[in-house]
Design a protein around this ligand. Sequence first.
Ligand code: NOJ
Length: 498
Amino acid sequence: MWSLVLFLVLGLFGSKISVEAANCTIQAKGNSKFPNDFTFGVATSAYQIEGGWNADGKGLSIWDEYTHNYPDRIKDRSNGDSSAESYRLFDLDLKALKDLGVNQYRFSIAWTRIFPIGHVHLKNQKGIDYYNSVIDKLLANGIEPIVTMYHWDMPVDLQKFGGFSNSQIVEHFSNYAEELFKLFGDRVKIWITLNEPHKICKEGYGLAESPPLIAASGVGDYICYTNLLKAHGATYRLYKEKFAKEQKGKVGISLDCRFYFSKTNNTDDIDRAMQYTLGLLAHPIFSKTGDFPAIVLKEIEKSSLEIEGRKKSRLPSLGEYWTNIIKGSADFMGVNYYTSRYVTPSTEPLGENPSMERDQNYQLDVDPNWPRANADWMYCVPEGLENLLKYIRDEYDNVEVKITENGWPDSGEINDDERINYFKSHIQAVLNAVNDGCNTTAYSAWSLIDNFEWNQGYTMKFGLFSVDMRSAKKERTPKKSALLYKKIIETKSVPDSV
Ligand code: NOJ
């Protein structure tokens, strides 16, 4: 049936084979099949797919407010007001999930759909009913829900008090999480507290590229990391104390990270860049010693005190109490991987003073041979994913890793050969890493359906299924990559052809 639909659709669109995409490959090493218990799925997030921005008592999030107040900041002046309308049309998503044959579905809960002003004393039953029905329908179809508690949509009423720049967020977030455990924890066994802390803090509290639009690089972003880690740690401890025994679930966090290569193969340069990126979040949670990486603490303290003349480091240690709460506060590491870079230490100070760029003080480049997508930041680098998984294996005692996002943007072609090459090479990279002893147990592709890509609006598509955003029906149409992914899930191996 699918093949017929695709045949017709491809006939209409013609077949566009990208020359560049042909380079997006990696050599297979070891077993050609994933272990039997390795699971495959897809991921989405609430603001990007749900629509229903004010339906049935939902409150306002910072993304509702931002897109309404600053339409010029979104490439096509669009927003997530209706989007793919998964709030109304979840059954279409369910059908797509079943057609793919996924083992798991990672979606996020919109905080303000359940608690319109963020505080837990004010509940919205309709929002609770919605997520209950999503979870029940998934389970009835043998699909494991992976639930992200926070995918960037902070309640406006909590942002008024500073969001992640106010340490009160620790209490608000863990209260929210506690309610989620009570409401859904009987059925949800895999939780992700926060999605992509780097994006939240760097873009929202440092570079003012996304809400809450705070321009304070080198200060605001570090305050955000600190509060966010505390919120995560407190939530994990709460689960262990009150729910784990009965509910028997796992709690993790999804970290966004690239791999950094060195042109001179200098492992110190690679490690320093990894510590300033992945390490900033991973070291406090997954290392044996906890706290921010020593090199980062030392260098930022030196700049703060000796160069800037401050009384205190812009990135202080987490302190003994919080170091102990946060250390070991995850049952697995969620990894969102898209692309990689080369790193070269700079001899001149980079960026503004202060800024994260200046603290890191390294140049980032790409290899001209890496195939590029229709996004200026996105190159196909499968070795980066393999190396990243091996780095995590060696640096964090082979912690369990679930790949919670990996995907390729384009303009929405149904005959999406570039995405096919990307998935083939990246899933092969994961298999190579598994064959090399990495404790990676799950892979979720980004994304099930085309959706609202933040500041890029609907100009950049990541879906395995296309959605006609202008039609009322919002039908989901499988792209060619959906066929490939279905085959990968069925065979637990990467086929030569679709
Ligand atoms: C990571 C984010 O979690 C997701 O929301 C976004 O759409 C993808 N990256 C693609 O940029």
